[in-house]
Design a protein around this ligand. Structure first.
Ligand code: PMP
Length: 441
């Protein structure tokens, strides 16, 4: 299909280009001795070049680095900037919000809650600062009201740095995910794992009767995109109900499927929805919504400290700034119309890539405004993980980067925002086609 030696030579060429183009970013990196790993957060070392490009400013679908290069941004902060960078309504809401964090509720919150209910069906909402924390607190609430100790996730899921979810599926069940940093307990004690799309395994694991909740993305998005097989999601709902297990849809990424994520697009019926990243236009936020029935059970828990130090909550959670930004984002930026436009663009992007990879055993999978290519056609997380190819990822990322297009590190994912244009998509198609041709001869 292609020659590895050729790939390595092309990758080296792109690395040299990258280093030559970005002297200021390189100098910034070399001078960052006060930071652990030289970056504000250690994952920023996951750059396809030998150092990260540094952000100067970003607006709409454009990012400029400190060397003065401008990029069409299909990474969009891996969903945090799905509303586009610095959208005007959010800038206005932030400017007008006097008092960011005061330990007092703001009236915006109930409007945001009502809008999230309209979109995601579950009726009662609470806020955090990250999707990770929304998930952590949802798991606690689920364990509390079911009196069950374990959770269940799908192999190669990612739900943030939630201790219980940093796992993979081994031959005899749950294993810590390779590289899991200092786990507080062996995750086999807290978590059951099965492959996505494997109903038999799901039923077997739920039948132990100790699973408080299934935490899932309705489509996997963190190991490429793996769509549910026909009938899988209704069967998950039926099995969880039958076994007294709550169902949590993590819509943090699958929000791309539409204004109410997969939950609304596919008419799903979860007990809890969690979300974060995009809903405040790039300002930190997370949220979890529960059904009336779950809310009634939570509020009836007299022994559960939901007010002080019971393990659910955070001082800046629900702060007036995040909430004002969420209101502006949901009311004015990530509207129903915006999703329709973004999805049309993602389809165009998908068609362009599909044409470029015709004849190769690769695939591209779209989920609304988000689309991702993969070097194979996996049916579950384990299969998809086995297709990972860092050199190929780096080659495509650097080829694009050196020619003005930003893709998502950790993924071959492209996300559309309301200010992405047809020309942006066509630029990617043209470059991607050229990169494939160079590689395959
Ligand atoms: N849920 C999903 C599905 C995610 O993909 C992520 C992050 N990629 C998270 C939760 C956690 O988000 P954060 O890191 O912003 O807390």
């Amino acid at each position: 299909m292609f020659d590895r030696k050729r790939l390595h030579a092309l990758l080296e060429r792109e690395r040299r280009n990258y280093e030559a183009r970005l002297p200021r970013s390189r100098a910034a990196y070399d001078g960052a001795g006060s930071l652990l790993g030289r970056v504000p957060m250690t994952w920023m070392n996951k750059a396809a070049g030998r150092f990260p490009a540094y952000l100067d400013e970003a607006r709409g679908a454009r990012v400029r680095d400190i060397d003065g290069f401008e990029y069409v941004d299909f990474c969009l902060g891996d969903t945090g900037a799905m509303a586009g960078h610095s959208p005007e309504p959010v800038m206005r809401a932030v400017r007008n919000r006097l008092g960011f964090t005061a330990m007092l509720p703001s009236e915006d919150a109930q409007l945001v809650g009502a809008e999230l209910t309209r979109r995601f069906k579950v009726g009662l909402w609470s806020f955090s600062l990250t999707a990770t924390d929304a998930n952590r607190w949802a798991l606690r609430l689920a364990r509390q009201i079911t009196r069950r100790p374990k959770i269940l996730v799908f192999n190669y899921c990612y739900h943030g740095t939630v201790d219980e979810t940093v796992v993979t599926l081994g031959p005899d069940g749950t294993l810590p995910r390779p590289g899991n940093v200092g786990p507080p307990v062996d995750p086999a004690e807290t978590t059951r794992v099965v492959e996505f799309n494997d109903l038999e395994a799901l039923e077997r694991e739920l039948s132990h009767g100790d699973v408080a909740c299934v935490l899932m993305e309705p489509a996997l998005t963190n190991i490429g995109i793996v769509l549910p097989a026909p009938g899988f999601l209704p069967a998950v709902r039926e099995l969880t109900r039958r076994h007294g297990t709550l169902l949590i849809n993590d819509e943090t990424h699958t929000f791309s499927a539409g204004p109410g994520g997969c939950t609304r697009a596919w008419d799903l019926d979860p007990d809890i929805v969690t979300i974060g990243k995009a809903i405040a236009g790039g300002v930190p936020i997370g949220a979890y919504g529960v059904t009336q029935e779950v809310a009634d059970r939570i509020l009836a828990e007299e022994g559960a400290d939901l007010v002080d130090v019971g393990g659910v909550g955070g001082t800046l959670a629900g702060n007036a700034l995040s909430i004002a930004a969420a209101r502006a984002t949901l009311e004015e930026v990530l509207t129903d119309d915006a999703f329709a436009y973004m999805t049309t663009l993602a389809s165009r992007f998908t068609d362009g890539v599909a044409k470029a990879i015709e004849g190769l055993p690769w695939s591209i999978t779209q989920l609304g405004a988000r689309t991702e290519y993969r070097f194979g056609t996996p049916a579950n997380g384990g299969e998809s993980a086995a297709l990972s190819d860092d050199d190929l990822d780096d080659y495509f990322h650097l080829f694009m980067h050196n020619r003005g297009v930003l893709m998502t590190p950790f993924h071959n994912m492209a996300l559309m925002c309301p200010s992405t244009t047809t020309e942006d998509v066509d630029l990617h198609t043209e470059l991607f086609t050229a990169a494939v041709r160079e590689l395959t001869g």
